[in-house]
Structure formats: C-alpha cells, structure tokens
Design a protein around this ligand. Sequence first.
Ligand code: HEC
Length: 196
Amino acid sequence: MRTASRRFAIGCMSACALAALPFSSACGPRDRTDPGTAYFNDMAESEAYKYYSENPSFADGKTAQLPPPKSIPRGVRPYLYEKTIEDQQRAGLELTNPIPDTPEQLARAKALFRDYCVNCHGEGGKGDGPFVTSRKVRAKVTSLVDAYVQGKPDGEIFHVLTVGSVSGLMGAFSWQLKPDDRWRIVSYLKRELGRR
Ligand code: HEC
C-alpha cells in the first residue's frame, strides 16, 4: 500500500510540474543575453584567487608563487649527477642497473640499440656506423667493445647516456630514452656486445 501511495504522490507532483511549465519564466519571451537566475553562483564565480590577482596571504602579494626550492615536479625522478668526470665516476660507484638480464629484456635492448646507437657506433659497437663511414660524423666514435668502455661499471655508461659525454662530442639521450631503456641498453652493451 505504501508503495502505491508513493507512486500516486510522485505522479501528482510530475503532473503539477508539467502543468506549471507554460507559465514558468524559462519559456516566456526574454532577453537572450540575460543569464537568468543563477543558482550556486560560487561555481561560476569562484572565490579562489585568480592566478595573476593580488593576494594578501603571501609576502610578495602575488597569487602565482614559485615552487619552493628543491621541490620535484610530479613524475620526475631527479638525476643528481653533473656532467663532469668526477660525477661520471661517482655514478658508476653508486648506481646499480635495475634491469634483469633476461632474454626478453636483452631483445628489447637490442632493438633500442639498433634504433639509437648503431648509426654512429655500428652494429657490432666498433665505432664504424653508417654516419661514420659516410663521414656525417667526423668525431672519433668510441668503440663500445674495447676494454675502455667494457671495463666501466654500468652506472658510468648510464650516466653518459643520461647527460652526454663530458667532452660534449656525444649528446644526452635522456630526452629520447626513459631511464629503464637506458639501463637496458647498458646491459646489452656489456652482456651481449662485449661478449662477441
Ligand atoms: C651521433 C653519433 C652518436 C650516437 C647516435 C651515439 N653515440 Fe655514443 N659516442 C659518439 C661519439 C662521437 C663518442 C665519443 C665522445 C667523446 O669522446 O667524448 C661516443 C662515446 C660513447 C661512449 C663512451 C663515453 C666515454 O665515457 O668516453 C659510450 C659508452 C657511448 N658513446 C654509448 C652510446 C650508446 C649506448 C648510444 C645509443 C643510445 C650512443 N652512444 C649513440 C657518438 C654517438
């Protein structure tokens, strides 16, 4: 019974609403530029300070504040080593390669190496890629299979890929390659190329 009476009440209310519709102001002739009655005005007119407005809460009176010193943007992993030989060696001692040497990882690394390194360093890493043989790159491209690179700890090679070589002859790859992909390439370079 209670459900039936509720249904009746709802029915009555909708009938009344429908009957009232022709008389409501929304349907009458009106000025189209007039927004009409605004409910919940604070949603349209926010009470928050606007970006460039004055703000009494801060000493410099500005709403737009710089992030506090040393704050890190979301999603950014800070890299704490500079492009110096000392920091390159420190990175070699302090950083460890997080990528396991599984066949899947090395296969991915091989593809990355082919896309990003072979042009200069060559398929076998000897420093004889097509950019070198066609003399597009005239700098001496380091062999990746000689003891000089093979003897370096993973972190040091990762550092070179992250910030570039100290002399500046090879650029950084931090814009093109995510950290994990840089580590993968390091693994490939030492665990596969170096063993051939
Ligand atoms: C545009 C050409 C070019 C590309 C592409 C390139 N390199 Fe190099 N690379 C060089 C040159 C030139 C040097 C020598 C730099 C120097 O002497 O400072 C070098 C040096 C190096 C070194 C030795 C750094 C040291 O400590 O002396 C490593 C390791 C290396 N490259 C790895 C890579 C890897 C891995 C890739 C791919 C992600 C890559 N390079 C892509 C040109 C290139």
